[in-house]
Design a protein. Structure first.
Length: 186
């Protein structure tokens, strides 16, 4: 952890773990279930998975170096921040069935695109930032994303949906400039 580049990338690694746990636990429980019912949790997560898969394929096709990797990460962050802001401003939509259905599936698509950007591009970014120490960088990535995911699951019953959405928004917004600084540290 003495490497300044890793210290600057750490908030992004933590965010990746937090957002993974959020979609698995909180998005399904506090967004999909109230809006669409328990029967639609699998459908909404399938939409998330398809969007995630397609976005991963697109990211792999268009990522060919540091500028495109960073652009893909910024697009993914914009998608997830849009979902988080909609949750902060609107909460879970349940009033109008067609609006709830449309909004939840759009949120699932956007979250899937964002997750694909983070999950795929961090794997492309680490070898560029740590070319001589890839094994350690991937070990740190897995350790910190897993720790953050576990923390989010642990804190989940203690925090409200707006508190989690605010925490994730802040975490995402703070981690991006630090990540940009981290990739440019000699």
């Amino acid at each position: 952890m003495g490497d300044r580049r890793l210290q600057l990338l750490l908030p992004l690694l933590l965010y990746i773990g937090l957002q993974s746990a959020f979609v698995a636990a909180d998005f399904t429980l506090y967004v999909v279930r109230p809006a669409l019912g328990v029967a639609w949790i699998g459908g909404a997560m399938s939409v998330f998975g398809v969007a995630n898969s397609l976005a991963c394929m697109a990211a792999a096709r268009f990522s060919s170096g540091l500028p495109s990797i960073l652009a893909t990460l910024l697009i993914g962050a914009a998608c997830q921040v849009a979902v988080l802001l909609s949750l902060l401003l609107l909460g879970a939509i349940t009033a109008t069935p067609w609006l709830a259905f449309s909004l939840v599936l759009l949120q699932a698509v956007l979250w899937g695109v964002g997750d694909a950007a983070f999950q795929s591009q961090i794997n492309a970014l680490l070898p560029l930032v740590f070319p001589s120490d890839m094994d350690a960088s991937f070990a740190h990535m897995k350790m910190w994303t897993s720790a953050a995911s576990s923390l989010m699951f642990l804190l989940s019953p203690l925090l409200s949906l707006p508190a989690k959405a605010a925490l994730l928004t802040l975490s995402c917004v703070v981690s991006l400039p630090l990540m940009l600084a981290g990739v440019h540290v000699p």
